[in-house]
Design a protein around this ligand. Structure first.
Ligand code: ATP
Length: 742
């Protein structure tokens, strides 16, 4: 970067627009006292963002605005524009995002306008920028706000008299290290903000943590309830499908066998049929038995009468036969007829007599035996003598008796004959009844068989009905339980469970007994009930919001911590780079200072030393700061304290140091406002040599009254101030040997 032009308008004594071409190596500004030369230096200081009014010899911002004169009225604003040649691009790696886009241009136009109220506007290439951006740009350009680029009138030795710490800062500026400090400070500020953010975010997270963990617990409950609900759904699908299939089978089986009501209907009709059948059989049985019994009784009477006849006939036949034999014996064998009574009586007596006789014989009672024998013999003789007289009448009577008997037999035989006819007819009737009864028995057997069949059928039906009723009862109970379970399932799981048939039961439940499934279902329902949470939807929504917020905060925290880490790394890098560059810079500056010093003070020695300064901060802590010490020895002089040097000596030491500082990182320009004022002619010549050497790397704007110095200028501006109180510029380009231009 190189300074190209400066345009001043309304600034201090420069009421009108005035442009300085500073493209030459050394530009001189000359003019009488009070013409406005120093105002040019201050205008440059102003555009570079100077905030100290004091350093611009003012009190308030409006002091730098042209205040007017007798002929010119006061202005309301002042502006200074600086044009910088940027064809040789500066490294932009450390440039801020605002500044980086500008650094690519070949020309940078920086301007500052100050208004009567003291406010300023800064623009860079017509874009409004902040003071901070301006300072950063200057830092890039190695210009810096400290003393080394713009040396105010009478302040040449300021760097010598300043503190080691201020000297260090001036050196850092000169070495172009201000950008590191800016970056460091910015990073540290950011770090502080980041730390505050971290703390705030952590506090926020801490605040919502108890609420979040309470919500988390409830959500876990809800999730476990949902998980359990899914489990219940799986169990129900397995159970309902299986139970439904079984119920269908049971239902079909009952329908096939007939419902208990249908069977009861059948039973009723069988009962009716059976009653009819039984009544019919009973009636038939009664009438036939009765008839048979009557006939059999009649038969028994007839047979008894016939037997009576037979007996009588037999007796008569026997009597007749006896009589006929009696008669025949009487006639053919002259047999004696003995009356039956007589004979029987005699026979009884004799039999008793013989018995007595036998007893006498057995007892060997001879006398009685002989008497008895005589008695018996007499009785026999008497019997036979009696019968011979009755014989004739007897014969006659026998014949008559026989005739009577025959008649009687005949009569009996006739009656018997009639009885036989009656018996036969009765027998025939009985036979018929028996035959009928046989047929009846056969038919009754069939009917009884039928009754038995019906009765067994009834028994069978009764047991079937009982069984079916049991099955129907079981079906009903199971169906009721099934429906209740399904209803409960709908209440817990939702309508989805109604289409359980569309879901295939899980393989793992294939062999699980139904009772185990039911137990698992009951346990699952219990768990769901236990995990029950009120206001489920609200809790889930609140949990989501809180969780999102926490995650957002967590992400923010991660991002912030990440940027904190990056900042720490950046700070560390910047600190290292700064330290390294500064240490190298100090050595280099010290070396050049030594050279300059040796040239200016032949036999003198000068060097810079980096020193550690221990300070106590506001909190009472010891802190170490770095500072720069100047160690000089003038030729043939023992005094080493700079403040004891003469004004000229101080000016020369100071110039040597400022020039040494500027030679390492040459700034685009330097403004030296009467820095040569205290020098004698010899030293002014040495000053001129140094100017020449310095101008090889930086543009120099030299305000001077010294002719020796003027000799080293390539371009000379003359400043005058007219009666209107406004400064004017006249220029002489020595190299082009052109005349004065306004
Ligand atoms: P010297 O050679 O004595 O150092 P110089 O050329 O450097 O003088 P300056 O200090 O630049 O002179 O100019 C001072 C002049 O500027 C004064 O005359 C002062 O009146 C004038 N001046 C300062 N501020 C204003 C202002 N705001 N409005 C008008 N004129 C101003």
């Amino acid at each position: 970067m190189k300074l190209s032009h400066i345009t001043i308008q309304g600034f201090k004594s420069f009421a009108k627009k005035t442009t300085l071409d500073v493209t030459h190596q050394v530009t001189g500004v000359v003019g009488p006292n009070g013409s406005g030369k120093s105002n040019i230096a201050e205008a440059i200081r102003f555009v570079l963002g100077e905030q100290s009014m004091k350093s611009m010899r003012g009190k308030i911002g409006a002091d730098v605005i042209f205040k007017g004169s007798e002929h010119l009225s006061a202005l309301s604003r002042a502006s200074v524009m600086m044009v910088i040649d940027n064809k040789e691009k500066t490294e932009i790696s450390h440039a801020s995002e605002t500044l980086a886009p500008f650094l690519v241009y070949d020309e940078l136009v920086l301007s500052r306008i100050i208004y009567s109220d003291g406010t300023s506007d800064y623009t860079l290439n017509d874009a409004k920028v902040r003071l901070k951006d301006v300072q950063e740009l200057l830092s890039f350009a190695g210009i810096g706000g400290s003393a080394h680029t713009i040396i105010n009138q009478g302040e040449a030795d300021r760097i010598l008299l300043s503190s080691p710490k201020d000297r260090k800062e001036a050196l850092e500026d000169a070495l172009g290290l201000r950008i590191y400090h800016m970056r460091l400070n910015e990073s540290k500020r950011k770090l502080e903000r980041v730390k505050t953010n971290v703390h705030e975010v952590e506090l926020l997270r801490l605040e919502i943590k108890p609420h979040l963990s309470s919500l988390e617990k409830q959500v876990k409950k809800i999730e476990s309830q949902e998980e359990e609900t899914k489990n219940l759904q799986r169990l129900l699908i397995a159970y309902l499908n299986r139970e439904k299939a079984e119920l269908d089978i049971l239902h079909d089986r009952i329908r096939e066998k007939g419902t208990s009501n249908a069977l009861i209907h059948i039973t009723d009709s069988i009962h009716k049929e059976l009653t009819l059948l039984k009544d019919k059989t009973y009636d038939k049985k009664d009438s036939s038995v009765l008839e048979k019994q009557t006939l059999q009784a009649e038969m028994r009477s007839l047979l008894s009468r016939r037997d009576q006849f037979a007996k009588t006939t037999g007796r008569l036949e026997a009597e007749k036969s006896y009589l006929e034999k009696e008669l025949n014996r009487e006639e053919e064998l002259k047999e004696i007829t003995i009356s039956y009574d007589n004979f029987t009586n005699t026979h009884k007596e004799l039999k008793s007599d013989f018995s007595t006789l036998s007893q006498y014989i057995s007892d060997k009672d001879t006398d009685n035996a002989q008497n008895k024998l005589k008695d018996v013999t007499n009785k026999v003789d008497g019997f036979f003598n009696l019968n011979n007289s009755e014989e004739a009448s007897k014969k006659e009577k026998i014949v008559k008796d026989i005739e009577n008997i025959v008649a009687e037999i005949k009569e009996h035989e006739e009656k018997a004959q009639s009885l036989n006819t009656e018996i036969n007819s009765l027998q025939e009737k009985i036979n018929n009844i028996e035959k009928d009864a046989e047929t009846e028995i056969t038919s009754r057997y069939e009917e009884e068989k039928k009754v038995m069949l019906l009765e067994s059928k009834l028994r069978e039906l009764d047991s079937t009905i009982a069984l079916i009723r049991q099955e129907e009862g079981e079906l009903l109970l199971r169906k009721q339980y099934f429906d209740a379970l399904l209803k409960e399932g709908v209440a817990i799981i939702g309508q989805n469970i109604l289409i359980y048939k569309d879901s295939v039961p899980e393989e793992k439940y294939k062999d699980t007994p139904k009772a185990d499934l039911l137990r698992a279902i009951e346990r699952s329902k219990l768990r769901i009930e236990e995990a029950g949470v009120q206001n489920r939807e609200e809790i889930l929504a609140e949990y989501k919001t809180t969780k999102d917020r926490d995650e957002y905060l967590m992400k923010e925290l991660t991002d912030i911590k990440d940027s904190e880490q990056k900042l720490l790394i950046l700070i560390d890098d910047l600190t290292k780079s700064l330290t390294e560059k500064f240490n190298v810079g100090v050595t280099e500056v010290s070396k050049v200072f030594s050279e300059f010093f040796g040239e200016v003070f032949a036999g003198g020695k000068g060097k810079l030393t980096l020193i550690q300064l221990v300070k106590v901060d506001e909190d009472g802590n010891e802190i170490t700061e770095q500072g720069i010490d100047i160690d000089v020895t003038l030729p043939n002089k023992k005094v080493k304290e700079i403040n004891m040097f003469s004004g000229g000596e101080r000016a020369l030491v100071s110039i040597s140091l400022l020039f040494a500082m500027s030679s390492i990182t040459p700034p685009p320009f330097m403004v030296l406002d009467e820095t040569d004022a205290p020098l004698d002619e010899t030293n002014a010549q040495k000053y001129g040599v140094m100017l020449q050497r310095l101008s090889e790397k930086s543009k120099l704007l030299v305000i001077t009254h010294n002719r020796e110095t003027m000799n080293h200028c390539d371009m000379l501006y003359g400043v005058t101030i007219g009666v209107d109180g406004s400064s004017k510029l006249l220029s002489i380009d020595f190299k082009k040997a052109e005349g004065l231009v306004e």
